[in-house]
Design a protein around this ligand. Structure first.
Ligand code: PMP
Length: 391
């Protein structure tokens, strides 16, 4: 390992965390013109008007104070109703639900609530880039295991079992997955649930893309028999409700875990922004048609991108959910970093190199198809030209 010179003004824990590999690309891309970006992981829809209006109205009515630490009770009730209706999980809004500042905060306080120094969390990768640093910031050790395209980026119980040690405290799952778009069905999840029970593991289930499951209904991990008591279920409004900038998420968990998370949340954040909570309330009350409309639009774009990538010689498994394609670039002989950098500089298409998502990510690029059809068509043309050139 290379010797790192530590700055005594900063904590060793922070200095040991690697900067995000995505940043460099966005910095590079932001200095260039005429870029088509398939880089960012957020909806291209603006939040539906009635949701914005509800938030504006809360301000007009002067609702500008702190809410309850756990979030407006009315909102928590809507969240638990919604989760029960949509995903067959039943939670008590008073003791098992917490409104957070994005799913990001939910992951952070979840890790901080359960980890002692040196406890291990198995992270199924390729994955969202925050999991590993958040485990490390909480004093834990992230143990990465990779998934591969040959398995449609699903993880097996055997793979997880091989990574379990006496220090394993929890497992991090995210299906539908960022960046692979992989989904897991009930039977596949059940095998992991059996393992969690056998080894007494806690399971983080990041289900922020649950509504964006195109081919099969999403199965919530907490809905499997006996899993609710060991699951920290994370979700939010950013993706399916097109509300990334509102910074609103939620976590559902058994009362002891939730109380610990609430303690962290109340000291570091007090509560999620009130105007965002009023918007979210409206989103849950009337947003189901909007979700469906956006989902159908993403599905259409998914079908287009997978087919078109195949036609230009960029093999891509069919992602069952989220809004990312994760094609293989192995045949090009370039690393994902080289591919993404050259594609950006030579054809002005921004994608994310797969290696930033951890184990199993190298040999792939992440392309977000949450952008206009026009942009998608143009990027397919540009990527096709690039592939011909590097042949
Ligand atoms: N989990 C996953 C898998 C994500 O992709 C993201 C956003 N990219 C988040 C959590 C964070 O979402 P939020 O905006 O709610 O913090």
């Amino acid at each position: 390992m290379t010797e790192v010179k530590l700055n005594r003004r900063l904590s060793e824990r922070v200095q040991n965390i690697k900067p995000s590999g995505i940043r460099r690309f966005f910095d590079l891309a932001s200095k260039m013109d005429n870029i088509i970006s398939l880089g960012v992981g957020e909806p291209d829809f603006v939040t539906p008007w009635n949701v914005r209006e509800a938030s504006i109205s809360s301000l007009e009515r002067g609702f500008t104070a702190y809410t309850a630490n756990a979030g407006l009770l009315e909102l928590r009730k809507e969240i638990t109703n919604y989760m029960s209706k949509r995903f067959s999980v039943d939670y008590n809004p008073e003791t098992e639900a917490l409104v957070t500042v994005g799913a990001s905060e939910a992951i952070d306080i979840g890790m901080r609530a359960i980890l002692n120094e040196g406890d291990e969390v198995i992270i199924v990768e390729p994955s969202f880039v925050s999991y590993v640093p958040l485990v490390q910031m909480a004093g834990g050790v992230a143990v990465s295991i990779g998934t591969i395209k040959e398995d449609q980026f699903k993880v097996s119980a055997d793979q997880i079992e091989a990574a379990i040690t006496p220090k394993t405290k929890a497992l991090m799952l995210c299906f539908p997955n960022n960046p692979t778009g992989a989904t897991m069905n009930g039977k596949e999840m059940q095998e992991i649930a059996d393992l969690a029970e056998r080894y007494d593991l806690l399971v983080f289930s990041d289900e922020i893309y649950a509504e964006l499951s195109y081919d099969e209904d999403h199965v919530s991990f907490a809905s499997l028999p006996n899993m609710k008591e060991r699951t920290i279920l994370i979700s939010g409004f950013s993706k399916s409700f097109a509300m990334t900038g509102w910074r609103l998420g939620f976590v559902l968990a058994p009362p002891d875990l939730l109380a610990a998370m609430l303690k962290l949340h109340q000291y570091s954040l007090m509560c999620a922004p009130s105007m965002a909570q009023y918007g979210a309330l409206e989103a849950l009350k009337s947003g189901m048609d909007d979700i469906e409309r956006m989902k159908q639009s993403y599905k259409q774009r998914r079908n287009y991108i997978v087919k078109s990538f195949g036609e230009i010689g960029l093999p891509c498994h069919t992602p069952g959910g989220a809004f990312y394609a994760f094609p293989s670039i192995e045949k090009t002989g370039l690393t994902s970093e080289e591919f993404a950098e050259r594609l950006l500089l030579e054809e002005r298409v921004a994608v994310v190199p797969g290696h930033v998502f951890g184990e199993g990510g190298e040999g792939h690029i992440r392309c977000s198809y949450a952008t206009s059809m026009d942009n998608l068509e143009q990027s397919v043309e540009r990527i096709g030209r690039f592939l011909k050139k590097i042949k």
